[in-house]
Design a protein around this ligand. Sequence first.
Ligand SMILES: [Zn+2]
Length: 427
Amino acid sequence: MHKVLDTVQTLPVDPAKPTDHPSCRLCGDKLVEPFLDLGQQPLCESILTQNQLNQMEPFFPLQVYACKNCMLVQLDQYVSPDHIFTEYAYFSSYSDTWLNHSKAYAEMMIERFALGSRSLVVELASNDGYLLQYFAQRGVPVLGIEPAANVAKVAVKKGIPTTVKFFGVKTAEEQIAEGTQADVLVGNNVLAQVPDLHDFVEGMRLLLKADGVITMEFPHLMRLLESNQFDTIYHEHFSYFSLAVVERLFAEHGLRLFDVEELPTHGGSLRIYGCHLADPRAATERLEKLRAQEGIFGLDQMECYTSFAERVKETKWKLLEFMIQAKREGKQIVGYGAPGKGNTLLNYGGIRTDFLDYVVDRNPYKQGKFLPGTHIPIHHPDKLRETRPDLVLILPWNVKAEIMSQISYIREWGGQFIVPIPEVQVS
Ligand SMILES: [Zn+2]
């Protein structure tokens, strides 16, 4: 559980914030006008216990800015990473899709970069060892760096050496002092949660061997805008990246990209390949192509962002129209999954137990608790067989195929699935 909710008095909020314009995390320019306002929202990973339901609950503005100077899309930071990560509840190993994805990545990397027993793969925000385990199984030495002590403990139990630290220049220097440098430096879905981008990327430059390779995966801003994925925006994710912005960030730290892949994960992600500026390897054609694509899409134009904000409102109206109609027909609607993104959608839509009786989630850490803000109870998936709902709203739509096959038994009583994004689909 989040410490932030146990001790409401000590919320790490800067008292100067209400009058202050935030500064861009990348270039330092003032951020004046958000292009999207998702309202006041609780921290989306702060699920609540029964006892906390009658207590004050902190809400913060969820407003999205695009920097007019460098075009980094970002939120103001309301909560320190210490609070986000202290007892981070996300265990990567609960998703089969994600495990398969990680295994395929490890095999590809071992092959492509000829990794072996003398290589070292270092992962930043290594979670419960979900990814490094596949390198370790093939005899490639690994090291995890993970700020959340509870998930790091799970990794160590699996035999994955893990240091409990935030990553940045200081941690990189400590590792170098111990003789550690990386042949492969991995950072998957971590950049969005980094408050000080420059410290983080400078740390990567230091920790990377002269001929080492960085790979990072992150949801692609272009796909987020194109497919209306506003529910992937939440306080814990400070920044949302395009290829162009990451190239600018890397260049400021003596690093460059030489390849990029587009992946279907998280609604459309990029896997970037980086190296030192002086590394002689050639850039791939697909990197050039994606740069051009981003230009055509208009990521460097404000209009791209304001039109997205209009589509977000439309999506909310359509989802509510459908659910109001279903409730008037006396249908029972429940939710599947208690991921962070579900909470942005539910809180923005004002969807509480008046629409969703409950949600189910496979993660035992979440069962018996309640969603932040909406206070919708979280149950074990067995609850579905008990109440036989008419409609199941899939909150983690990025793994909808996996979920639809896991609980395909709702068809036995005529149950249907609702996928809310990019727009309401019932099947
Ligand atoms: Zn900027």
